[in-house]
Design a protein around this ligand. Structure first.
Ligand code: PFF
Length: 446
């Protein structure tokens, strides 16, 4: 490490950590289910356009703020515009709260993934009662697995940037890719898979300007790249000044989009394979049965129909989901922890436990009041918080940051950037197009 503050030790380490934050349940569950609910390939097309044209520039805004400030989100934003401390606080602290709230519901879903990972093991070892308990939703099960997942997250974050976030992202991300590839290879050999591929890859262009589809695709792109949560500001602050930020951001976006796309190659054909085996996936009027049905009923039904190998496939699938969730949840916890450590001078271990404990309390409150709070917190953070805060961050960078200093920051580690298209377009783009486009899509959805 080259400074007292944590820093990623390598380019690969950063890419794995940031892509680890980006790649999560949003890619492997959210993207395929949204695609299936929104007319298949048309959604994929709109998503790709929005991810590269709006989410990537917004991601760059967050990374560049962090790398410039080399501090937590609030301090980094304040360094850019010392005369706008309140605006900086709203964007930075708002993002931190948003990250904490996302973690509080994400940990519940990740807890379901953990229990679903253990179910096939219980079945293989003939622990039938345990398998039954693991696979049936109950207050006790949800509380225990939410707590276990938060503890796993705490244990990684308490070790810091290089020995915690980077080390585990470098292990977990390749494991995730390997499991995903094996599962796809298996599903594509099954009956019904080609029908699924067709639904996924052949677009119905009449859907493309549907406002609901646009809003869902934008929300999905922001959620997937972890925007509007201060997470990318804080990860940006751990990047060395020698690194080429423009290409790092592009890699992270590419990996994120690619994994969402590839996850679609698994889930959508798997749905049609399940259908070919008699599992109901669409209701009578052609709409997809509810989204959690897809992962927790359709897929297990598919795994069951495979015989013994199905237990192994089920284990691999839910392990994949749990790993993806963990590399994302660590980034969500890092946002408030880094702020607390730097603002209050608290020891990292202590800060991690205090913040992790607070988030666990919010998670448990949601578990106890599931029907009223769960969807509310998801909507509040992902439909309102993330797009709005992402937009404010673009406005902050575009309008409050002295242009010369902004350009200097981009140039650092990227000497030839002045000849590229990014240099010519991005500063202007982030100032006008991004905030306007986000606002348009957002207000259109209200
Ligand atoms: N990007 C993650 C996913 O696609 O599952 C979710 C996420 C991570 C959202 C980190 C927000 C965040 F701060």
């Amino acid at each position: 490490m080259s400074s007292v503050r944590g820093e990623f030790s390598s380019r690969f380490g950063f890419i794995m950590a940031a892509a680890g934050s980006a790649v999560g349940l949003g890619n492997i569950w959210g993207f395929p289910t949204q695609t299936a609910s929104n007319g298949g390939a048309a959604f994929v097309f709109v998503y790709l356009v929005l991810a590269f044209c709006l989410a990537y520039p917004a991601l760059m805004a967050e990374l560049v703020v962090g790398r410039h400030g080399q501090a937590n989100a609030v301090t980094s934003l304040r360094k850019i515009a010392p005369k706008q401390p309140k605006f900086a606080f709203i964007v930075g602290f708002g993002g931190i709260i948003c990250a904490g709230l996302i973690l509080s519901f994400y940990a519940i879903v990740a807890g379901w993934m953990l229990s679903a990972t253990l179910t096939p093991i219980a079945e293989i070892t003939s622990l039938d009662a345990t398998a039954g308990w693991l696979s049936t939703q109950s207050l006790g099960r949800d509380l225990i697995f939410t707590a276990v997942f938060i503890m796993l997250t705490i244990s990684i974050i308490s070790k810091g940037v290089e020995n915690g976030i980077e080390k585990w992202s470098k292990r977990l991300m390749p494991a995730l890719l390997g499991i995903l590839a094996l599962l796809i290879a298996y599903v594509l050999t099954q009956d019904g898979a080609s029908q699924g591929l067709q639904a996924y890859l052949v677009p119905d262009f009449s859907q493309i300007l549907n406002p609901d589809l646009l809003v869902s695709a934008l929300g999905q792109a922001f959620f997937s790249l972890s925007l509007g949560t201060s997470v990318m500001i804080i990860y940006g602050s751990y990047i060395s000044k020698q690194e080429n930020l423009v290409s790092l951001g592009a890699y992270v976006t590419l990996i994120d989009v690619l994994i969402a796309f590839v996850a679609g190659l698994l889930i959508i054909p798997a749905m049609y394979v399940a259908q070919a085996q008699g599992v109901e996936i669409f209701s009578d009027n052609g709409t997809l049965l509810s989204e959690d049905t897809l992962v927790f009923q359709v897929l297990p039904a598919l795994f069951n129909s495979m015989g013994d190998i199905g237990l192994v496939v089920a284990f691999a699938f839910f392990a994949l989901m749990s790993i993806a969730a963990l590399t994302s949840s660590i980034s969500m916890l890092e946002a408030p922890v880094s702020y607390t450590v730097e603002k209050f001078g608290m020891d990292r271990l202590q800060a991690t436990w205090v913040i992790g404990g607070l988030i666990a309390v919010v998670s448990f409150t949601i578990v106890f009041n599931f029907s009223s709070l769960f969807s509310f917190v998801i909507a509040l953070t992902t439909q309102f918080g993330q797009p709005l805060l992402g937009m404010l961050c673009c406005i902050f960078v575009g309008w409050m940051w002295h242009r010369h200093s902004l350009l200097e920051e981009i140039k650092s580690g990227c000497g030839d950037v002045e000849n590229g298209v990014f240099w010519k377009i991005w500063p202007w783009y982030i100032k006008f197009i991004c905030p306007l486009a986000i606002a348009l899509v957002f207000f259109n959805s209200l």
